[in-house]
Design a binder for this molecule. Structure first.
Ligand code: CU
Length: 330
């Protein structure tokens, strides 16, 4: 016979070896103009981490759009090891990779930019910035209750989303904010993560004031796009969904008739979301000669192209290839 304590210990020992459903998550890596960048690792110690991504701490969603963390899923600050993806040409594509397989197929995908003052975004709090939306995909077909959503497309694209930096955006230093909003339960679940990029060769079409929002501020918890209930009778026939946030950059929508000057007629800058094309590089083979020291914790990264950290997982977790750029312990 086992005591209850022994049973508990036994259960805990067995549980981690069962197949796990990864609930929630976030953006784990990027491909920017053809180059791969690892993201922040929320389940590793922040000490010594370096990435172009801003820090974030949990796979859990934000369920209040007015929280101070809604800009970049953290307090908005940059860490000591903050990097920037430099020389990113305006007009190029940026792909964000979520953990696979992304579990939530109902809800919109949104991508924002915010320009930083001065010569770098490092040290600039994300809450102080003004954001404009460069890409959005809401209800793509079908009904609110049972249709094909931007997030369903994201899942079909290998749990990734590709946005194009509008060619007309002025050169400078920016945060790029990829966001997934899940609507399968209420309150809506927000999954935003940010990365630092330096845009070069840009245009002269600055966002208008009507296109700019703060986070928090860009959404309200009563926005129709955040309060829609997928399970009502009406939702089974409703085919309109209102994506939250400001009008799309350079879309000409509700900009108070002040579409500025000559560049207003360049539709080239309306981003098209394309199917993510992952570079045809060899699949990630978890390096056998580990240059990293120690073992990676549950949910931590343990491999992927360019990865130099630990490639073995703390017992009992195994290192699983998520994509060529990211392997994860679970
Ligand atoms: Cu979830």
């Amino acid at each position: 016979m086992f005591s209850s304590t022994q049973l508990l210990a036994l259960t805990l020992a067995v549980l981690p070896q069962l197949p796990r459903v990864i609930a929630h998550g976030g953006v784990l890596s990027y491909n920017i103009a053809g180059k791969t960048y690892n993201g922040w690792q929320p389940y590793n110690t922040p000490v010594g981490q370096s990435s172009i991504q801003r820090p974030w701490a949990t796979y859990d969603p934000i369920q209040d759009a007015t929280l101070s963390t809604v800009a970049c899923n953290d307090d908005g600050t940059s860490p000591d090891g903050q990097l920037t993806a430099t020389s990113v040409p305006a007009g190029s594509k940026i792909t964000a990779y979520w953990n696979q397989v992304w579990p939530h197929p109902y809800g919109p995908m949104l991508t924002y930019l915010a320009q930083c003052p001065g010569s770098s975004c490092t040290g600039v709090n994300a809450q102080s910035l003004s954001w404009f939306k460069i890409d959005e995909a809401g209800l793509l077909s079908g009904t609110v209750g049972n249709g094909y959503w931007g997030s369903g497309k994201m899942i079909d694209q290998n749990s990734s989303w590709t946005s194009t930096i509008p060619a007309s955006v002025p050169s400078g230093n920016y945060l790029i904010r990829f966001e997934m909003i899940a609507l399968h339960s209420l309150p809506a679940q927000l999954y935003p993560e940010c990365a630092q990029i330096q845009i070069t060769g840009g245009g002269s079409r600055a966002p208008t004031s009507a296109e700019l929002v703060k986070f928090p501020g860009g959404y309200s918890n009563s926005d129709p796009g955040l309060t829609v209930n997928l399970y009502t009778n009406e939702a089974q026939t409703e085919t309109t969904y209102i994506i939250p946030g400001p009008p799309l950059y350079n879309s000409g929508a509700s900009t108070g008739g002040s579409s500025p000057g000559s560049s207003a007629s360049t539709p080239v800058s309306v981003p098209t979301t394309s199917v993510a094309t992952k570079p045809s590089s060899t699949p990630a083979s978890t390096p056998t000669s580990s240059s990293g020291q120690g073992t990676a914790a549950q949910w931590a990264q343990c491999g992927g192209q360019g990865w130099t950290g630990p490639t073995t997982c703390a017992s009992p977790y195994k290192c699983n290839v998520v994509n060529p750029y990211y392997s994860q312990c679970y």
